[in-house]
Write a protein that binds this ligand. Structure first.
Ligand SMILES: NC(=O)c1ccc[n+]([C@@H]2O[C@H](COP(=O)([O-])OP(=O)(O)OC[C@H]3O[C@@H](n4cnc5c(N)ncnc54)[C@H](OP(=O)(O)O)[C@@H]3O)[C@@H](O)[C@H]2O)c1
Length: 260
């Protein structure tokens, strides 16, 4: 091994680590799962649709990675608990937990009913809380852990009918700080990755308006909208040894959108 390779490995290699990535079958979560797996982690992805899950895992294993999938509904407490146990049974208790599963239902505020509120809170906020409760204490006991939540610029500002979605993401940012406060003394960092507008299936409907898409790109400093792959490097950083002293933080991966 060259000395630069050894140095980079010391900072960023995830060899021997186990990661659970919710929403790892699509968009940002899929890119993060791929990045962690290619950096050496054994990765279990969790979502509902089996075709997308198995296609993602097939792609990773074909690339020489260690990956597996668990199909589960993170919209119910029982679903979260079952998925957590199944995920931990594959490669062992995780060192890294990434919460990327999310839904963005956009009814206008006047029409926002309790069903949308409940679904949004369950998937976007409660599942990350329950998974943190399940895995955080074990990470703390073992003296190493990384929890990464994917939030949104809507945790910080209203944007295209933020409704319940923005509230759930604001709560998730606060959850990250609470978890960081609790477990950082034991080597478990907890941070959030904050996307701007990223071209994924989540906002397919918004993407059908090219003028809108171009206007959003113009609001960034980089001059383009986000791609799922933009999250790979930041996720590997937050999952590895290099970020040991970074905790309770919100890291905007948005081409400057949030500060423009
Ligand atoms: N794209 C953006 O512009 C953007 C901006 C800000 C924040 N974000 C956040 O980034 C994260 C990833 O979004 P994305 O754009 O990558 O979306 P995406 O491509 O739609 O992926 C969402 C993932 O979550 C899973 N999921 C949804 N509901 C679930 C449930 N009840 N149980 C289990 N899994 C569930 C989906 O799989 P199944 O449907 O098969 O379950 C899928 O794997 C989300 O938290 C989102 O809020 C995205």
């Amino acid at each position: 091994m060259t000395s630069s390779h050894a140095y980079l490995s010391g900072l960023f290699s995830l060899d021997g680590r186990v990661a659970v990535v919710t929403g790892g079958s699509s968009g940002i979560g899929r890119a993060i799962a791929g990045a962690l797996a290619r950096a050496g982690a054994s990765v279990v992805i969790v979502a509902r649709r089996k075709t997308e899950l198995s296609a993602t895992v097939d792609e990773l294993t074909a690339d020489g990675c260690r990956a597996a999938w668990v199909s589960g509904d993170l919209g119910t407490r029982d679903g979260v608990r079952a998925a957590a146990e199944e995920a931990a049974a594959v490669f062992g208790e995780p060192d890294i937990l990434v919460n990327s599963a999310g839904v963005n239902l956009r009814p206008p505020m006047d029409e926002l009913g309790e069903d949308v509120w409940d679904t949004t809170m369950a998937v976007n906020l409660e599942a990350p809380f329950l998974l943190g409760q399940r895995f955080g204490p074990g990470m703390a006991e073992r003296g190493f852990g990384r929890i990464i939540h994917v939030t949104s610029q809507q945790a910080h500002r209203a944007f295209v009918q933020s409704g319940a979605y923005g509230v759930s993401k604001g709560g998730l940012e606060s959850l990250a700080r609470s978890q960081a406060e609790a477990w950082s003394p034991h080597g478990v960092t907890c941070n959030t990755l904050v996307p701007g507008f990223v071209l994924t299936p989540l906002n397919r409907r918004l993407q059908s308006d090219p003028e809108r898409v171009a206007a959003l790109a113009a609001r960034t400093m980089a001059g383009r909208n986000g791609l799922a792959e933009d999250f790979a490097g930041a996720a590997v950083f937050l999952a590895g040894r290099a970020s040991a002293y970074v905790t309770g933080q919100s890291i905007h991966v948005d081409g400057g959108f949030s500060v423009h």
